[in-house]
Design a protein. Structure first.
Length: 273
């Protein structure tokens, strides 16, 4: 199957093609505003809103960025992730306090909660303004951006149900919340929340269990680039043993090599074949 030339604005269900375009949209969140504007036009989206906030988080992240683009059939919000060098501090600190979850449901990682709080109002307003033709709504992001996409979608579902996302796609997303909030997301987004993990990517294994957990849906990308419906049990156990005995955040480790967005873009393109 060849790579589609542009995104299908009428898509409503999960597919390899949609997963490919959602990772492209997640990658776009790393670009500057001019590039985002130009790419949005190329993809057939005639409205763009940029979201950029600054705050003082408990980890070395200077700001939170996202964008929302809209056509007459589809709205996409892409959340920006972080640089790999920042991963160690903001995900490995076990002393970070929890933050109340959306609609006071469970709790989330403090840094994620603070980052989302800083940007959610402008995202909500943009989606509400752009959704003037009953468009489908999609959230996507990589790394921290994936955590924010998942939590923003969950917050919309619990607090602004009229703007509920039709789908959430995350790539290399860390654990974000406790089991209570995860259960709520599993119920509200059954077959609509898709979490991709590339082989030994360390970020989805952080912050540590049992305080934080993942939602159910998982698409695991194996060492050959094949997308599977779940992570093999043996592979997961092996990863955890490695994590307990070696520094997977070291530059030479698979845990860090498998995390960059370019790895996910390549895997999603390969998955089209």
């Amino acid at each position: 199957m060849s790579t589609p030339s542009t995104i299908d604005h009428t898509a409503t269900k999960h597919s390899p093609q949609l997963a490919y375009w959602m990772v492209q949209a997640a990658d776009l969140a790393y670009k500057n505003e001019a590039t985002i504007d130009a790419k949005a036009r190329d993809w057939g989206f005639d409205r763009v809103r940029h979201h950029h906030t600054r705050f003082t988080p408990p980890f070395p992240l200077e700001d939170t960025q996202a964008y929302t683009i809209a056509s007459d059939k589809m709205i996409i919000t892409g959340f920006r992730g972080t640089e790999p060098a920042q991963i160690r501090d903001w995900l490995s600190d076990a002393t970070t306090p929890p933050w109340p979850g959306p609609a006071r449901t469970g709790y989330v990682h403090y840094g994620f909660g603070q980052a989302l709080d800083s940007i959610f109002p402008t995202v909500k307003d943009a989606v509400a303004e752009f959704r003037d033709n009953d468009q489908t709504v999609w959230f996507t992001g990589h790394s921290l951006g994936g955590a924010l996409a998942m939590l923003a979608g969950c917050r919309m579902y619990l607090e602004e149900p009229r703007l509920q996302a039709d789908g959430i796609y995350t790539y290399g997303q860390p654990r974000t919340c406790d089991r209570l909030l995860a259960a709520s997301c599993n119920k509200g987004f059954k077959d609509r929340l898709h979490r991709y993990v590339n082989n030994n990517d360390i970020v989805p294994q952080l912050p540590p269990e049992p305080a934080y957990t993942h939602v159910e849906t998982l698409h695991y990308i194996d060492a050959s680039g094949r997308v599977r419906s779940s992570m093999p049990v043996l592979g997961a156990l092996t990863d955890r043993v490695k994590g307990a005995t070696a520094d997977l955040l070291a530059p030479a480790g698979d845990g860090l090599r498998d995390h960059p967005i370019k790895q996910y873009v390549a895997a999603m393109e390969k998955n089209l074949a």
